[in-house]
Design a protein around this ligand. Structure first.
Ligand code: PGA
Length: 256
């Protein structure tokens, strides 16, 4: 059985104060009507981590970061190390398509970040996905397979719960378009799962949770969660609203 995970990626939204308000709303609903069998994760901006960590003590909601340095410590102005994150977080998003496209992150850099996260007991959520041009030229499988193999090269995991993969077609992020649930399931089955098998062997590979990301909303979430290869979602826009995010969590509960 793989863990169902619903992760909210707040991107560069919300001040600390706004982050606290949103988290309080989510906590209130979770306490009134606990959702069991689904892990809920918030990935706020770095500036809110400390405050939210205090707020979430004793709750089942987990914290993650949106990015991390490939280094551990030293003269790296503006960077955040896994040692700093490990005080507050259990997860870290690595290789999001915005990091790849806007900040020029390569598979080699992403690979170093994944290793650095695992060494410091953070669970990396490795994001992979093709652009619209790659999809239209029939290269989606090739691109995603290469991102998997390069991003996870020589990564020392021995247990499936040390890693999460998020399949996020770049053309579906923040656009309101989604890949169909069946299409996404097929890509994961034909590309992501075989890459995991090649890297880590059948047993570990079959236990790694794979999320779908890209314009997930309460009204389309269920279709994704009904797919056998989709274990949850990485949610951007809809995670900034307590009711929408909660709607997605409930859709996962009903499918788990
Ligand atoms: P979106 O973002 O849900 O707003 O499309 C998803 C993501 O970037 O992880």
């Amino acid at each position: 059985m793989r863990t169902a995970l619903i992760a909210g990626n707040w991107k560069m939204h919300l001040t600390e104060k706004q982050a606290v308000t949103l988290t309080r709303k989510l906590l209130w609903v979770q306490n009134q009507m606990p959702v069991r069998g689904v892990e809920v994760l918030l990935c706020p901006p770095f500036t809110a981590l400390s405050q939210l960590h205090k707020l979430l003590v004793g709750s089942t909601i987990k914290l993650g970061a949106q990015n991390m340095s490939a280094e551990v410590e030293g003269a790296f102005t503006g960077e955040i190390s896994p040692l700093m994150l490990a005080e507050f977080c259990s997860y870290v998003i690595v290789g999001h398509s915005e990091r790849r496209a806007i900040f020029g992150e390569t598979d080699a850099l992403i690979n170093r970040k994944v290793k650095n996260a695992i060494t410091h007991s953070l669970i990396p959520i490795l994001c992979v996905g093709e652009t619209l041009a790659e999809k239209e030229s029939g290269k989606a499988h090739q691109v995603v397979y290469a991102q998997m193999i390069e991003g996870l090269k020589e990564v020392p995991i021995f247990s499936a719960n040390q890693l999460v993969v998020a399949y996020e077609p770049v053309w579906a992020i923040g656009t309101g378009w989604t890949a169909t649930p069946q299409e996404s399931n097929a890509l994961i089955a034909a590309t992501i799962r075989p890459a995991l098998v090649r890297l880590f062997g059948e047993q570990v590979a079959n236990g790694v949770s794979v999320l779908y990301g890209g314009s997930v909303k309460p009204d389309n979430a269920r279709g994704f969660f009904q797919q056998p290869e989709i274990d949850g979602a990485l949610v951007g826009g809809a995670s900034l609203d307590a009711d929408s995010f909660r709607g997605i969590i409930e859709a996962a509960r009903n499918c788990s």
